[in-house]
Design a protein around this ligand. Structure first.
Ligand code: BGC
Length: 365
C-alpha cells in the first residue's frame, strides 16, 4: 500500500468526502477521533486509528498517516514505565490488574484518560498489534530510532500479554480470549519481527498463529474464540488485511461462507455477530465495506460492488458514514435502549470512512 501514488478521488464523491471527514477528525496532535459527535467516542482508539492510517496511506494521504503514527509513538512512549512493570510482573508470575494494562484508547492529546465513574473496558490487545502492522505498511519497515524504540515497547507488551483474556474487538467478553484479537497480535508481532529484525518476535508471532489454528477452528471454519463457536465478521482480518492465511485457505473460505449465511442482512449489510445487542446488533457500514474489500481480494468483484453500493446508499447528504444502520436491527428494543443511554448512533464514524476507502483503493488496485 505504501507504494500507491495519490489516487485521484473526484470531488463530490463519497471517497473524497471520506478523506475530508477523516482529515477534519484528525486533531492537531495527529490523533484520529473515533467520532467527532458521538458522546462516548471523543477519543482515539489504536484499533480504529490504525485502520484509518492504512486507508490514508492507500489513498495517498501519507502525511496524515505519518502524523497519526507520530502521535501513537508519543502516546505509547508516555506509558513506557507501565510496560516495564507489566512485563516484569508477568515474568515473575505475579498478576496484573486489567486497569494497569495499556489502554485501548487515549485522549486526543495522547494522555491516558482519567478513570471516570463508568470505566471503559480498556484492556484490549488488538489495537497494539494492528498499529504495528500499519506502521510497517506506512514505513515499508524502515523505522527511525524513536519509532523502533516504541515498536519494541509495543511488541514486548504483546509478547508478555497475548495469552491473557481481554476485551475483544467490540469491547466485550473481557473474561475470554478472541480469535480476532489473537490475529491482530500475531500480525503485529510478525511486523515487529521484520521491522526490528527480531527472531524473538517472529517466533512469538508463530506461537500466536499456532494457538489460533489449534484452538479457534471448529467444523473447518475460524470461530469467534476458543470458547465461542459463533462467527464474527472481524474474522475477515485473518486474511484481509493481515494475510495470516491466504484468502483461499479452506478455513477462511468456510468462515466467509458463514459470514454470508449468518451475518449478511436481507439488504446486504454485515452484522458483527449473532446475538449482538449494541444499538440493535444492526449491520455495520465498516464491516460491509470490509466484506467487499475481502471479496475484491478473492476475485469476486460483483460481491465487492454490491457491498460498495450498500455503503454508498447509506451516506447521509453531507457525505457522512455512520457506525451502523439501525433500521435493520436484530433486536429493535435495544436500539431505543442505547439511544436513551448515549444518544443516536455514532455518525460520522471515521473507521467507517476508512474501510470504505480501503475498498475503493482495492477496486483500483
Ligand atoms: C466498538 C469498537 C470501536 C469503538 C470506537 C465501539 O463501539 O465496539 O470496536 O473501536 O466503538 O469506534
Amino acid at each position: 500500500m505504501t507504494d500507491n501514488d495519490t489516487i485521484d478521488l473526484a470531488v463530490g464523491t463519497l471517497a473524497s468526502d471520506s478523506v475530508r471527514v477523516v482529515l477534519e477528525g484528525q486533531a492537531a496532535s495527529g490523533a484520529y477521533v473515533a467520532s467527532p459527535t458521538f458522546s462516548q467516542y471523543g477519543f482515539s482508539w489504536l484499533r480504529d486509528g490504525s485502520f484509518i492510517a492504512l486507508a490514508m496511506d492507500a489513498v495517498g494521504e501519507r502525511g496524515s498517516a505519518a502524523r497519526f503514527h507520530r502521535w501513537v509513538c508519543e502516546a505509547v512512549w508516555g506509558v513506557r514505565d507501565r510496560v516495564d512493570e507489566i512485563v516484569a510482573r508477568i515474568a515473575t508470575g505475579r498478576g496484573v490488574e486489567p486497569d494497569r494494562m495499556l489502554p485501548t484508547r487515549y485522549a486526543l492529546d495522547g494522555t491516558v484518560e482519567a478513570a471516570g465513574d463508568e470505566a471503559w473496558p480498556n484492556f484490549q490487545l488488538d489495537g497494539y498489534g494492528t498499529w504495528l502492522f500499519a506502521l510497517e505498511k506506512h514505513t515499508a519497515g524502515r523505522l527511525d530510532n524513536h519509532e523502533a524504540e516504541v515498536a519494541d515497547l509495543a511488541a514486548r507488551y504483546l509478547e508478555a500479554t497475548w495469552s491473557l483474556p481481554c476485551f475483544d474487538y467490540w469491547e466485550e467478553f473481557g473474561d475470554r480470549r478472541h480469535t480476532s484479537t489473537l490475529a491482530a497480535v500475531a500480525a503485529g508481532l510478525g511486523a515487529a519481527g521484520r521491522m526490528l529484525r527480531s527472531d524473538r518476535y517472529t517466533a512469538a508471532a508463530a506461537r500466536v498463529l499456532r494457538e489460533i489454528e489449534s484452538t479457534c477452528v471448529a467444523d473447518g471454519a475460524f470461530v469467534k474464540g476458543p470458547a465461542d463457536r459463533r462467527v464474527d465478521a472481524s474474522l475477515l482480518s485473518l486474511a484481509t488485511p493481515f494475510d495470516l492465511v491466504p484468502v483461499d485457505d479452506a478455513r477462511m473460505v468456510a468462515t466467509v461462507d458463514r459470514v454470508r449465511a449468518e451475518l449478511v442482512t436481507p439488504t446486504g449489510g454485515v452484522r458483527r455477530y449473532v446475538g449482538d445487542s449494541y444499538y440493535g446488533g444492526s449491520p455495520w457500514l465498516l464491516l460491509t465495506a470490509w466484506f467487499g474489500w475481502h471479496a475484491r481480494r478473492c476475485g469476486r468483484p460483483d460481491e465487492a460492488l454490491a457491498a460498495r453500493r450498500w455503503v454508498e446508499a447509506r451516506a447521509g447528504e453531507l457525505g457522512r458514514l455512520a457506525e451502523q444502520d439501525v433500521s435493520e436491527p436484530q433486536d429493535p428494543a435495544t436500539v431505543a435502549e442505547w439511544e436513551r443511554r448515549w444518544g443516536p448512533v455514532a455518525d460520522p464514524l471515521l473507521w467507517s470512512h476508512a474501510m470504505y476507502l480501503l475498498l475503493v483503493a482495492e477496486d483500483r488496485a
